[in-house]
Design a protein around this ligand. Structure first.
Ligand SMILES: [Zn+2]
Length: 280
């Protein structure tokens, strides 16, 4: 046990170390097992809040199709590192008023029916799922929590408290504050990985930007509006992200297509027949 004086000197030094490392985005005080446990606890809380998060189950064939056709092929990419340790799983939320998707630590990915109905190609949906998978793979949630709560976590460990309690606290914080906004750098990294994952699928690898292009062309980025405002608050910088994805596509030797075209790898007819028309 440290004497009070020593502890406070120690605390300052820990604080500076964690603060600097967290600002650089380089460290994560949570383990992969913590990510899995945290995700499971948040998932349970989400399932208890059936008003806010009603699970879509009118036609189970929709989720099954998206899972088999898009989600699992993305997870088969060689660029996925944690498929054997994270229980990756797709879930649909039955809310047409929300244009959003989100990932929990450990790989549970939630997709709102509002977003599904707004998109119009399998490539666009695959791009978003790839982006959400990247948030889990790259452990963005626990990196952000390390940045926010790292000092208290380390002090808790120093003072001999049970580190397991931290995951419990973190789970409540995660749900309680309505999910922390993703940082621009994490959004950018997820867009980049989405292109990488997509490269090993049948889909056009730039699909991650289609949603933003459609919002832009529909004049919805400036006007906002309920569901869109929610999405944009957790997924900032839509216009810059379109440009970044276009640049990546060019660097990798792919043509730069837009959402309104129907090129090889878009699969618009399949999207309508197997997903939109089945969402009853
Ligand atoms: Zn994101």
């Amino acid at each position: 046990m440290f004497r009070k004086m020593n502890l406070s000197k120690y605390a300052v030094s820990i604080f500076l170390t964690v603060f600097m490392a967290a600002c650089a985005g380089g460290i994560n005080l949570f383990s992969d097992a913590d990510d899995v446990q945290l995700g499971m606890e948040v998932d349970q809380q989400i399932r208890q809040q059936s008003q806010e998060y009603p699970i879509y189950n009118r036609n189970p064939a929709v989720k099954e199709y998206i899972n088999n056709r898009i989600f699992q092929p993305l997870l088969s990419s060689a660029a996925i590192e944690k498929r054997s340790i994270y229980p990756y799983e797709l879930e649909l939320i039955d809310r047409d008023d929300v244009l959003n998707a989100f990932a929990l630590p450990g790989g549970k990915i939630y997709l709102y029916t509002g977003l599904i109905k707004y998109l119009d190609s399998e490539a666009a949906l695959a791009g978003i799922l790839g982006h959400e998978i990247a948030h889990a793979e790259r452990r963005h949630a626990t990196k952000r929590m390390t940045a926010y709560y790292g000092v208290s976590m380390l002090l808790g460990i120093v003072l001999g408290q049970n580190p397991g309690q931290i995951v419990e606290i973190a789970a409540n914080l995660f749900v309680g504050i309505g999910f922390l906004a993703n940082s621009r750098s994490h959004e950018d990294e997820s867009d980049r990985y989405s292109v990488d994952y997509m490269q090993s699928t049948i889909f056009y690898p730039g699909g991650v930007k289609f949603f933003f292009e459609k919002l832009r062309d529909d004049g919805k980025i400036d006007s906002g509006g309920g569901g869109i405002a929610t999405f944009l608050s957790t997924h900032p910088d839509p216009i810059a992200r379109i440009a970044s994805t276009n640049q990546r596509l060019t660097e990798k030797g792919y043509p730069v297509y837009s959402w309104f075209q129907d090129e090889i790898g878009f699969y618009k007819a399949e999207y309508r027949a197997n997903i939109i028309d089945q969402l009853r």
